[in-house]
Design a protein around this ligand. Structure first.
Ligand SMILES: Cc1cc2nc3c(=O)[nH]c(=O)nc-3n(C[C@H](O)[C@H](O)[C@H](O)COP(=O)(O)O)c2cc1C
Length: 175
């Protein structure tokens, strides 16, 4: 799939078929995630691949909007590991770049995915830590729910000219 097409047609997928995702595709998604940009190239991330059905069911109950994990083929929990950070505070941004890369790679590979928010909601973070035996210093940022799509949402052009400013905030026309 061509890159711009991939960026413009990616949508959150919350319904999946029963088809499993191969280990080689999971490896590819993780390779893509770890190729993401990070502050000072610190790569302050760790990943938990969740395939066990009972565990997926339990993650689906973390909060109201994590329900789709019950039907997912698998999930990838993206975590911030502050021990890799020289400059504190940028980890969630670095991990977000990795998450976005997984979402786009999944779409390009014919998979469906959705970002399930965990950070910065303390209750969700604690539930995730307890469920997956995550050490206290590790920060769970988001779960990416993955499977072969069982829905095809239409793509949306969300361009809003009024959100674009040229040279000064007050200038809204292109030079
Ligand atoms: C930080 C963040 C947290 C999100 N958390 C959830 C979530 O918990 N559950 C969910 O179903 N979707 C979640 N989403 C997906 C958004 O709802 C979705 O991206 C948005 O509605 C736009 O739709 P699209 O992804 O199809 O373009 C999250 C997205 C982001 C960026």
């Amino acid at each position: 799939m061509e890159t711009i097409e991939c960026l413009m047609t990616r949508r959150s997928i919350r319904k999946y078929t029963d088809k499993p995702i191969s280990n080689s595709l999971v490896k590819q998604l993780l390779q893509v995630a770890m190729a993401a940009p990070s502050s000072a190239n610190e790569q302050p991330w760790q990943f938990v691949v969740i395939k066990d059905r009972k565990t997926l069911r339990e993650t689906s109950a973390i909060h109201t909007f994590s329900y789709m994990l019950d039907q997912a083929a698998l999930a990838i929990l993206v975590c911030e590991d502050p021990t890799f950070e020289f400059n504190a505070g940028r980890g969630p941004l670095d991990c977000s770049a990795a998450i976005m890369s997984i979402l786009l790679a999944a779409h390009a590979l014919g998979l469906g995915a959705v970002w399930v928010g965990i950070y910065p909601v303390q209750e969700r973070m604690e539930k995730t830590r307890n469920l997956l035996d995550i050490p206290p210093h590790i920060i769970p940022i988001a779960l990416v729910s993955l499977g072969y799509p069982d829905e095809i949402p239409h793509s949306e052009d969300r361009f809003k000219a009024e959100r674009v400013h040229y040279d000064r905030w007050t200038r809204s026309t292109a030079p």
